[in-house]
Design a protein around this ligand. Structure first.
Ligand SMILES: Nc1ncnc2c1ncn2[C@@H]1O[C@H](COP(=O)(O)OP(=O)(O)O)[C@@H](O)[C@H]1O
Ligand SMILES: [Mg+2]
Length: 288
């Protein structure tokens, strides 16, 4: 499959959340990153390429409806659902509409976060080649590991790369051949059990080895927590204000822990604006 990437790189930082595996947490991670960056005062747009599931689109629309319900303004990204604009199955037409959407959004935003479907397509390849940062969430299981790498059944040592990893390498190679700076590829584990297990350790060892082979950085991701899924119908995230009016319920300790987890993820990815903390400190000093 040959892809064309625009000769002019978008001026906004493009974050692609990708993995050829459904249910790995792409849409959840995309929404949490979007709200976390908005909370830092960044201008954020989101694009949903998953025309079938529309999880990110529904997440954003649920948020807008909840904002009206609680009559309180919550930071929300400018959002484009590509499937609403063009027939995604028509790869070339969809790629043109996508390029236009990125061009327009890049003019008014610092970050564009693109959520992708769990299968290979022309569009998925195009956005992988456009990524400044590529984030691949994966569940803590060898079934999910398989799309990145294969392992020896006796030793669990890595024996080769999986089909998604090969696609990523092709797209990133294409990006380099267009003279674009290299992509910061990060794999994060999602829905990690809080209990230690042999499986958890083996997956971790496998990822360490694969990260050296494939050139991604592996970071601790998010634990399995109800809070990462229960607020979807209200469009809320662990990054939102932890007060009863915003949440529609009383916050729990798990909210605060989940938020710290997302914050450490952001800093591990390298998306923390160092001045954001200084500004918050200055505001606190002024208020005192
Ligand atoms: N850290 C987490 N803890 C609990 N549930 C999660 C977590 N991450 C994702 N989920 C849930 O897992 C399912 C798949 O997540 P989703 O973001 O839709 O994955 P994808 O976009 O890769 O298909 C959803 O039900 C989501 O609410
Ligand atoms: Mg999804």
């Amino acid at each position: 499959m040959t892809i064309e990437i625009p000769d002019r790189a978008p001026t906004a930082h493009v974050i692609v959340v990708g993995n050829e595996k459904g249910g790995s947490g792409k849409s959840t991670v995309a929404m949490h990153l979007a709200i976390a960056l908005l909370k830092q005062g960044q201008r954020v747009a989101t694009i949903d390429l998953d025309a079938r599931q529309r999880s990110l689109t529904n997440y954003v629309e649920n948020r807008r409806a909840w904002v009206r319900h609680i009559a309180r303004d919550l930071e929300s990204p400018a959002h484009v659902c590509l499937g609403d604009k063009v027939d995604i199955a028509d790869g070339d037409a969809a790629a043109r509409v996508l390029a236009d959407a990125i061009d327009t959004l890049a003019g008014n935003n610092d970050y564009i976060i693109i959520d992708t479907p769990g299968h290979d397509s022309l569009l998925t390849r195009v956005v992988h080649a456009l990524a400044n940062t590529l984030i691949t969430p994966m569940n803590d299981s060898f079934v999910d590991f398989d799309v990145l790498g294969t392992v020896d059944p006796a030793t669990f040592g890595v024996t080769g790369s999986g089909h998604y990893a090969r696609m990523v390498q092709e797209s990133l190679g294409q990006r380099e051949s267009f003279g674009q700076p290299s992509t910061n590829w990060i794999v994060l584990r999602n829905r990690v059990s809080m209990l230690g297990s042999r499986n958890k350790r083996l997956v971790e060892e496998g990822l360490q080895e694969l990260s050296r082979r494939l050139g991604f950085r592996y970071v601790e991701g998010l634990a399995e927590r109800l809070i990462f899924r229960e607020f979807y119908p209200r469009g809320l995230t662990a990054m939102d204000d932890l007060d009863a009016r915003t949440l529609g319920t009383r916050p729990t300790l798990s909210h605060a822990t989940a938020r710290m987890e997302v914050e450490s993820l952001l800093s591990a990815i390298g998306l923390v604006d160092a001045s954001a903390g200084d500004e918050a400190d200055a505001e606190k000093r002024d208020a005192a």
